[in-house]
Design a protein around this ligand. Structure first.
Ligand code: G3H
Ligand code: 13P
Ligand code: ZN
Length: 333
């Protein structure tokens, strides 16, 4: 049993309290490899932004949970080395689907876990979430739960359509499960294809697809039911068109990829939404930078020569999100 406190990590309690009161959101960035971790920490150290480093089931399969945990421990030391005196870094399990998985993360030093039982019936979702909460809270580890269904793929679970969170259910869910934060469904979804072209309008000036707005009415109703309670948005990548264009220009074949417009995320960050999950945008930035090097310097075969530019590009993206979208810069001085 390793406590996250010994590793210099923090749970989400203080982060979320300040974010809800201050009208900003904490970035929750997924990481799977060293370059992503370095880019996240460089961006957060430079902007003094609190951060949640997220490990998904896919990341655990790819990189190994133990390695990622040690990388998070390294991230704290790296942040200090970069001159960030009091780093506020949370290590979080993204979309945990069983009690055993959440327990193993708590036991190995994660400071926060998500139990995603949103595909189960209401009572079973409460039961499993409560079981995780009872265990995690013994060790001061915070728990995120989910109510409502996001369209798209959530690890191994995939849904054709989203089902918005029902505001009338949130009080009972939060009270009975004891969760510390709640992920809700208001129209976001995972991946780079968040909307079908037929759901979008076409901007006559640019020819780009404009997606339907998020269900802010549902968010506001939830806020009224649970004043001050931390709300989480998954599936919040914006799918920057420049990155999609670069990927396609250099041999990629991405179709009409559409994300959540940044103005809407900015608006959400000012509300009770205090954690915003971003993964796909980082994947796009990395892929675009690597494709550019491969196309422009076909003789290059030193991985540092393409992973280095990819890291720089991800850092730029993370800084942009922190400063211009989430508003978390300077909140962890
Ligand atoms: O929830 C989805 C995240 O983007 C993680 O995706 O399971 O492919 O790592 P992944
Ligand atoms: P995106 O696919 O929109 O980046 O969402 C990531 C996410 O929600 C991770 O849990
Ligand atoms: Zn998610």
């Amino acid at each position: 049993m390793v406590s996250y406190k010994e590793l210099g990590l923090v749970n989400t309690v203080e982060m979320f309290k300040k974010a809800v009161a201050g009208g900003y959101a904490i970035p929750a960035f997924n990481f799977n490899n060293m370059e992503q971790m370095q880019a996240i920490i460089q961006a957060c150290a430079e902007t003094k932004s609190p951060v949640i480093l997220q490990v998904s089931s896919g990341a655990r399969k790819y990189a190994n949970q133990t390695i990622l945990r040690y990388m998070a421990e390294g991230a704290v030391q790296y942040a200090k080395e970069l001159g960030w005196e009091h780093p506020q870094i949370c290590l979080h399990l993204d979309h945990g689907d069983t009690f055993e998985l959440c327990k193993s993360c708590v036991d190995m030093g994660f400071s926060s876990v998500m139990i995603d039982a949103s595909s189960l019936p209401f009572e079973e979702n409460i039961k499993l979430t409560k079981q995780v909460v009872e265990y995690a809270h013994k060790y001061d580890v915070t728990v995120e739960a989910e109510l409502g269904v996001l369209a798209g793929v959530e690890d191994d679970v995939s849904a054709e359509e989203s089902h918005y969170t029902k505001p009338e259910e949130v009080i009972e869910f939060a009270t009975r499960s004891g969760c510390d934060s709640l992920a809700i469904s208001i129209g976001t979804s995972h991946g780079a294809y968040k909307f079908k072209p037929e759901q979008c309008k076409v901007d006559p000036a640019t020819g780009r697809l404009v997606p339907p707005p998020l269900a802010f009415d549902v968010l506001h109703e939830i806020e009224k039911k649970l004043p001050g309670f931390p709300i989480v948005l998954h599936g919040s990548s914006s799918v920057p068109q420049e990155e999609v264009d670069t990927i396609n220009k250099y041999g990629g074949a991405l179709k009409a990829a559409v994300g959540i417009p940044e103005e809407q995320l900015r608006e959400a960050a000012k509300s009770a939404v205090c954690k915003i999950n971003i993964d796909s945008d980082s994947r796009l930035a990395m892929t675009a930078a690597i494709r550019k090097v491969f196309a422009e310097k076909p003789a290059e075969f030193d991985p540092r020569k393409y992973l280095g530019p990819a890291r720089d590009s991800m850092k730029k993206l993370y800084m942009h999100k922190i400063i211009n979208v989430l508003g978390s810069a300077g909140k962890a001085e």
